[in-house]
Design a protein around this ligand. Sequence first.
Ligand SMILES: [Zn+2]
Ligand SMILES: [Zn+2]
Length: 472
Amino acid sequence: MPAKIEKELNTLIKNFIWNSQLPSLSMRTLNSPTSEGGRNVLNIQARNEAIHLMKLKKILDRSPDRPPAADAAEAIIICSLPKHTRDQEAHDPRIIDIFTQQIFNKHRYVSKTLPHEIKAILNTGAKYNLALDDVNLPLNIRLDLPAWYHIGTEEHVKSRENTPAAKCLRNTHNCQRTGNLLILANILDNPQHRRWNKSCSCPPCTNFKMASCKNPETCYQLANHMISNLKPQYNPCTAPIRCPPPSGDERAIIKSHSLNGPSSIKVIKTFPNPKDHASVLRIHNSQITSASFRKRITNPLPLRLTPPKKLSTDTVAYTDGSCTGNGETDAKAGFGVWIAPECPDNASLPVDRIFPQTNNSAEVLAINHAITTTPLRARLHIKTDSRWCVNALTVNLEKAEDQDYISTPQPLAIKNTISSLRMRNGIVSIEWIKGHNGCAGNENANELATLGSAKTPDNGSVTPTSCQGTPA
Ligand SMILES: [Zn+2]
Ligand SMILES: [Zn+2]
């Protein structure tokens, strides 16, 4: 809808409500729901933006139901890109999915060649922070990201995207995705390949030379350079391996740890992997995406890409949160984790100030702490007296992820916990137990949580949470 019409409709609504008199309530108040003291009056701008976002969703759709108009819109967007970013041919092999490429990463779209409607759709997406984000991008998505104009590329790598080796990577080696680059980079470690030797006759070099690559080594080196310079959250070499669903034997072991009967115990699902990168392109209601959030509080460590060996150990952790003055401005929250008497992993910590000082955030962060301090391959069985936490991490999780945690309480604490879970190879189960009911583990965790809330978070000795866990 053109801005002019939007404005005229708003004036009509205002005149109708106030009978052309001076308004005594702001439009913002009138637009609010009646439960919040408003009058539920249609907010035309918000509705138009919602329509734009639904259209954007269609353009991003990669499923078989993708409407043909989405292809047309995308082709128009590509044609509007500045000439220097495209090869002169009709089809530039670098541009394969503009929404996941740096070339598209803008805050505002002003191109005169873009039709008004498409421009409005793109600008609404930018306004609401459309970004490729997931709590730990899994390996399949990282391998599938476009190799060129990669969103995780550092500035100095971009300058090499037009070298002869880069052109050879595109035209001779058909490198379109990060996975293609990784395969080429791995040839450098092939024992048959002779490094820096133009006359190397290893099978890959022979094949590539036959396909008109003049110097395969420089192509492998560039591929390796491009991969090694990807930011850790996009780099396939540092991708976490998500935990597979439990086997029959494991199910029996998990059930054996239940305190209230087998049906009360739930496995926290960190699987399946998102299907494709279109499914992790999301609108973010806040500027804090899980990737930027992780960057702030952790230093990612490279993890092995080999599958985990047989799972061996089991840990049962009782977790609890505590908050003095819950709901007040001077509230102080802390959490406790109790595993066994004198266990060095028992913890009593305050909630870091970047999280809300509430009982619920403390309950989630207690679970996160248990997850990050238990060896990655061990099975972990969490016992909590917070039903809210159990639901937030199990039955409500999928919906929360789909909605990017818009209506989820404690989104940062939950995202961080899910991130920690997705670094694990060992299964995590969770069970609700009644608090203050004589269960020694729960009483101990409760005591540690109370002690934790009395501590000061900014004494430098406390890491709020870590997304990386402890290598097994
Ligand atoms: Zn070779
Ligand atoms: Zn080459």
